[in-house]
Write a protein that binds this ligand. Structure first.
Ligand SMILES: [Fe+2]
Ligand SMILES: [Fe+2]
Length: 191
């Protein structure tokens, strides 16, 4: 598992516990969006069979996560919410290199991988903070799933691009993610 360069502070999980329904609404949106992103990546690379295979698996799992969080909201009598702007993702993806298709693909694989690692970190924190045993177990399972997604994106990046190039870009993007994550206000949101 990749070492992120910014540790989410304890105040974040405390805020999530105070506003759990709002967090669940944001979490549901995120799962739906990452499922969609995986399918978009597959659609843009029809010639890369292993990438398409991996994206189908990830998109299905993320959609299942969306359904699970949606059911959870229903059981709590809370509706889904409209998507809110996500400045974390906005700032990360603003830095994506688009001079050529290869650079664009490398950046997206690495950033998706980093975002999965952040999801894993935060779902683990939620799992630790929750008193409800079933809900805590659910978040620990999600954390494990996002860790696998993280590994899939990194493996794909390393399969398609030279080690030196991948590692150098990963180093830059990890610094960027740490800076962006640290700049976000503490809120009951995944990012
Ligand atoms: Fe997920
Ligand atoms: Fe994921």
């Amino acid at each position: 598992m990749l070492r992120l360069r910014y540790d989410t502070p304890p105040a974040w999980a405390a805020t999530v516990m105070e506003h759990l329904d709002a967090f669940l609404q944001d979490h549901a949106s995120n799962e739906r969006k990452v499922s969609h992103s995986a399918m978009t990546l597959a659609a843009q690379h029809p010639d890369r069979e292993d990438l398409v295979e991996a994206m189908i698996s990830i998109a299905k799992e993320e959609l299942e996560h969306f359904e699970q969080v949606f059911r959870l909201l229903q059981s709590r009598g809370v509706p889904l919410a409209h998507d809110a702007p996500d400045p974390y993702m906005g700032r990360l993806f603003k830095s994506v290199k688009t001079p050529d298709a290869d650079a664009y693909l490398l950046d997206r694989l690495l950033l998706f991988g980093i975002v999965e690692a952040r999801g894993c970190e935060r779902f683990s924190l939620v799992g630790e903070a929750l008193d409800d045993a079933a809900l805590s177990a659910f978040y620990r399972e999600l954390a494990a799933s996002e860790a696998r997604h993280h590994a899939t994106y990194l493996t794909l990046a390393r399969r398609y691009f030279a080690r030196d190039r991948t590692d150098a870009r990963l180093d830059t993007l990890l610094d960027l993610e740490a800076e962006v994550a640290a700049a976000m206000p503490i809120a009951p949101r995944l990012h």
